[in-house]
Design a protein around this ligand. Structure first.
Ligand SMILES: *[C@@H]1O[C@H](CO)[C@@H](O)[C@H](O)[C@H]1NC(C)=O
Ligand SMILES: *[C@@H]1O[C@H](CO)[C@@H](O)[C@H](O)[C@H]1NC(C)=O
Length: 662
């Protein structure tokens, strides 16, 4: 009789197999549901039973829908009982008053099936925390705000300002009724909602976080029948309780180290309530031009164990970072106010050095977490076996077959040509149902202009964010070879930057200024948000000090229907961008995950089967683009590269991310 017991014990310790234990839902809901997550004492109680909330962050908008279940299974098998995600307003209301929760016809619609995500989480035995903003930060484009909000004069982001609250109210009155059906006490998986995000850090000389704003948000939750626990998150040491409403919201802590100090402060601010870390920064994000950020697995294991044994509840940020697909990355602005000089864009990869890599592979951190949770969870529930990994393939090298030079793209494939006296920001174009242009590129074209020898182009203010200048279809502005080039013409740091356009005289010339939106700031001061326009808008454009007027403006948004139907393709003859380059990847079996190795290219965008995959830049740190199998199909797959500077002749593939030291 001793042997079976030993075998069971060995299994439990070695693989964490806990077959005889109940699932989370069996343990917490088998007798019916009478109450949700309760924080009225120094520990959490869920439906009447003690509960330690062990969560991991994974943002549905950074993971292909086809992999949601895979990633959730891996999260559950790490011993976690909850998944946490932000909700991205900019994706769910891409145009003013037009909503998409899946099947809404927007460019990102496949990522937006929120109800499917919630259903899948429950099927995989997970509870859910939703951080529904409206502001989310998340290193995501504009911190989750739709860019069309910028079209309103004097928009008071993250305040009680009327126009802002009018749009927040309409969004919440659309979003929250959908979520209300999935609350725990209604039989769904959602056990808590976070209101706003790190609002306490909106504190500086001229502004204090507005408690009235938090109260208005609170009322929207109440009016929409949200009954589960409402929380806020901030660093208690840095911002005390400035970002919360004591007694209304449970305050949680965000931290990467020294949990005990934050907990002491939290207990002082909020005695006799449960301790929770909403963001335990187990890794970090990357900026283009910096080195790849990492955090040591053993150090993080030590801090995680200190949190678990304090004891406190904790959400690992990020458990699975994923990818800033397409144009969705955020950026920082440093301390500069409106002028864009301190701009720092975040990379396409949001790997975050997290327990699951960008492509869903396990790292040491994954197994550390699993070991600690099996050891320390006070409530023992069933821990599933660790799922198998998806195979990665380095497909054979493919050649570039065709090209469209920017000048031909404008001439034959321009989606719109807008005549304008002056240069204007992309958000102010009257396209997309008067919501403006959110993403991509904008070309400012001046036709039929006589250029004297050594004509100097001057762009007033700062470029938002990069510019490539061509004369008669030939690029004359410098390439981005090293991060030091960011200090020169063509980038955001210089004010009133100048460029000599031609050494000889050119009559009736065409000047094209291609401007790239490299991501809107995801955070910053209240006064910075309403100035984050993209394109040329800070000043006029001059040729030898003569103000230029009479522009043609061509937005290049890379919408699927446009990219898939381009007509001006011709055989590849040059490697000088800006140009689109086309290659075809033939796959004979079921597709596998792969990475596109962009090391021999310079800077630009990759689009696969019409889906904007992401931006690349050889300055690093990221050198490859994760291409998940759900974006591929059996047969021919179209890969289009929009290269700003100098292209390669081929595309090659690899099985993992390549980080370069900047
Ligand atoms: C719940 O947790 C508290 C605090 O640790 C403890 O005092 C109490 O005995 C626990 N209740 C049950 C039923 O385990
Ligand atoms: C931007 O927002 C700030 C703070 O809400 C406000 O004081 C300022 O007037 C706004 N600026 C513009 C140009 O709307």
């Amino acid at each position: 009789m001793v042997l079976p017991l030993l075998v069971t014990l060995t299994l439990l310790l070695s693989s964490g197999t806990t077959q005889n234990l109940p699932t989370n839902y069996e343990y917490y809901t088998s007798g019916g549901i009478s109450s949700g997550l309760n924080a009225d004492q120094s520990y959490f109680v869920l439906n009447g039973k003690n509960f330690s909330l062990y969560s991991g962050a994974m943002h549905y908008f950074r993971v292909p829908r086809g992999y949601w279940r895979d990633r959730l299974q891996k999260l559950r098998a790490a011993g976690l009982n909850t998944v946490e995600t932000y909700i991205a307003w900019n994706l769910h209301e891409p145009e003013n008053g037009v909503f998409d929760f899946g099947e809404g016809g927007s460019e990102m619609e496949d990522f937006l099936h929120l109800e499917e995500l919630l259903t899948t989480a429950k099927e995989e035995d997970l509870f859910v925390i939703l951080r529904s903003g409206p502001y989310i930060c998340a290193e995501y484009n504009f911190g989750g705000f739709p860019s069309w909000l910028l079209r309103e004069e004097r928009m008071g982001f993250r305040t009680t300002e009327e126009t802002y609250m009018k749009y927040v109210t309409r969004y919440f009155n659309t979003l929250l009724p959908i979520l209300a059906k999935y609350q725990f006490t209604k039989g769904g998986p959602i056990i808590a909602f976070q209101v706003e995000n790190e609002y306490g850090n909106q504190e500086y000389q001229t502004f204090l976080p507005q408690k009235e704003y938090l109260e208005e948000l609170h009322q929207l939750f109440v009016q929409n029948s949200i009954v589960e626990l409402l929380v806020t998150s901030d660093s208690p040491l840095s911002h005390q309780d400035k970002g919360t409403l004591p007694g209304v919201f449970l305050q949680t802590a965000n931290l990467g180290a020294s949990p005990e100090k934050q907990f002491e402060k939290l207990l002082e601010l909020q005695p006799n309530r449960p301790l929770m870390v909403m963001e335990f920064w187990i890794g970090w994000f990357d900026f283009w031009g910096n080195d790849h950020a990492t955090r040591d697995a053993n150090t993080m294991k030590g801090i995680y164990e200190r949190i678990l044994t304090y004891p406190a509840s904790v959400n690992i940020y990020m458990f699975h970072g994923g990818t800033n697909f397409g144009f969705t990355n955020g950026a920082s602005l440093g301390n500069t106010l409106f002028d864009n000089s301190g701009f720092e864009p975040i990379t396409t990869s949001y790997d975050y050095d997290s327990p699951l890599t960008e492509s869903g592979d396990y790292t040491d951190k994954y197994f550390n977490i699993r070991e600690l949770l099996i050891q320390h969870s006070p409530v023992k529930t069933y821990t599933p076996d660790v799922p198998n990994l998806n195979p990665k393939i380095a497909y054979p090298v493919i050649s570039i077959e065709k090209e469209i030079l920017l000048s031909n793209l404008i001439q034959y494939d321009a989606p719109y040509v807008i005549e304008s006296e002056n240069v204007v920001a992309m958000e102010k174009l009257d396209i997309n149902g008067n919501s403006g242009q959110s993403y991509g590129y904008i070309v400012y074209r001046k036709e039929n202009v006589d250029l004297a020898a050594n004509t100097v182009l001057k762009i007033g203010g700062h470029i938002c964010d990069t510019a490539v200048v061509s004369v008669n279809g030939v690029r004359v502005s410098p390439s981005l070879e090293t991060k030091n080039d960011l200090d020169g013409f063509g980038f955001w740091r210089l004010a009133d930057s100048t460029l000599v356009l031609t050494t000889d005289e050119k009559k009736g010339a065409t000047v094209d200024i291609l401007v790239e939106n490299w991501g809107r700031i995801n955070g910053g001061k209240i006064t910075q948000y309403n100035q984050t326009f993209k394109g040329l808008w800070q000043g006029d454009v001059y040729l030898n000090d003569n103000r230029v007027s009479g522009w043609k403006i061509i937005p290049l948004e890379f919408k699927k229907s446009w990219t898939n139907n381009l007509e001006a393709w011709s055989s590849k003859t040059s490697s000088l961008g800006p140009a689109l380059y086309y290659a075809s990847l033939e796959i004979s079996d079921e597709p596998s995950d792969t990475y596109i190795d962009m090391r021999s290219w310079t800077k630009g965008l990759v689009v696969v089967n019409g889906i904007p995959l992401g931006k690349y830049a050889k300055i690093g740190p990221q050198q490859a683009l994760y291409l998940p199998a759900p974006f591929l199909k059996k047969g021919y797959n179209s890969i289009i590269v929009f290269e700003h500077y100098k292209s390669a002749d081929q595309l090659s593939f690899t099985t993992g991310q390549i980080w370069k030291t900047a």
